[in-house]
Design a protein around this ligand. Sequence first.
Ligand code: AMP
Length: 455
Amino acid sequence: MYKTNSRPTRSTSTNSRPKRAFSSDSSSESRSPRRSFSRPTGNGSFSRSPRSASFGGFSRGGSSRRQFSSSGSRGGNGGGRRGGRQLSTFDVSKYINLNPVAAKTEVYETKHKFSDFKLEKNLTEAIAAAGLETPSPIQDQVIPLILEGNDVIGLAQTGTGKTAAFLIPTIQKTLKQRGYLTLILTPTRELAIQIEQELKKLTPKMGIYSTVCVGGMNIMPQIRGLRRRNHFIIGTPGRVQDLIDRGHIKPGAITHVILDEADRMLDMGFIHDIKQILKDIPDERETLFFSATMSKSIEGLVHDFLRNPITISVRKADITNSITQDVVRYEHHSKFETLVSLLKEPAFERVIIFGAMKHSVEKLSQELIHAGVTADAIHGNKSHGQRQRALKRFKDGQIKVLVATDVAARGIHIDDVSHVINYDLPSTYEDYVHRIGRTGRGSKRGQALTFVPNK
Ligand code: AMP
């Protein structure tokens, strides 16, 4: 634990720099309820180390258990309903994993090279140019299935390479069959924009076109984009539904549907829009479904809208295991000072701080700036342009700290985040996992610190 009565000090560190490996655990996988079979996979995600592993997880009781109310700690970005397990009680041990070591972790053995997938030459070259050398576990398993035309359920979080896992085979098919139209639904506009960026990276000069259709932005450029020829439409469910209603998106033309971060979309109350959209798309479509978690309502969606799906699970006990996690005890009167002294440590190079509410996130960012820490904030009260600028400054290294609400930070890809700090507690354990997944991405190391008050 970080000591907080004076200057915080780190109790321990696991910073040996182990070599990169894909790791896996033997975590369970979901079975689709309908005519499906799932492939049990030793699976995994990028992990920096063969030494990743058993996260102290859901232990009950114990001396470190404390009671917390989770009320008022929602990542309030005007977001809709929230699902997931509420942190009505708070078990400190779940936030500590100082020695991520390989207990039941196996190293995933990649079975393919990208060249094995017999992709178009220009796509293979683009993959190499994007710096992807070996398929990640989700890519290794999912790409062949999608190329064969299967509906697929990918249980994978950000950081596993899931975006390229669904983009690469879909691009390949589109290069072969130019009439294909793929609709990608995402929970947030940021994620939609990032998927389009990845798409562009993988399709230079290929004549593959896309339009991003997301809420909170002027609809006119989107309508103009839809009037042109598109191979990919990437959007948030509400706006996509709106554009279908206005006749600018023709569901009948859609051949492939990808639901990315389906659990988050449901958390945000998009279930009705998603159902409505899927209902109007021809049954012959192929449907790919990516989610970090499975719940009853997700199973319902899968049951209703996927055909003989094959489930591939790269759940990431492994990913949280690639992140050193600790708590920081603080006194109420000096919480902010505790944070500032942490941020002044040299190791805190690029830090995302999570706050509970839009206004508290904004306030914290201002206070940090006054305290001499370069910072900016992203939350629902900021315009899209302001958020993008803040993200860019953070990515470019102009500021050290990005303060964010859960919703604003969802799905963002930022490399080399050295630390995630939970200044306010997350509402659910799933939120916690999503938050800390901003660090330790790809093959990088990560550290997560959660602020916990002294009694
Ligand atoms: P995602 O799971 O899509 O959020 O991807 C997480 C990060 O992994 C992104 O920054 C990708 O550029 C990176 N990535 C994706 N596929 C690979 C791969 N095969 N090898 C190395 N990095 C990858």
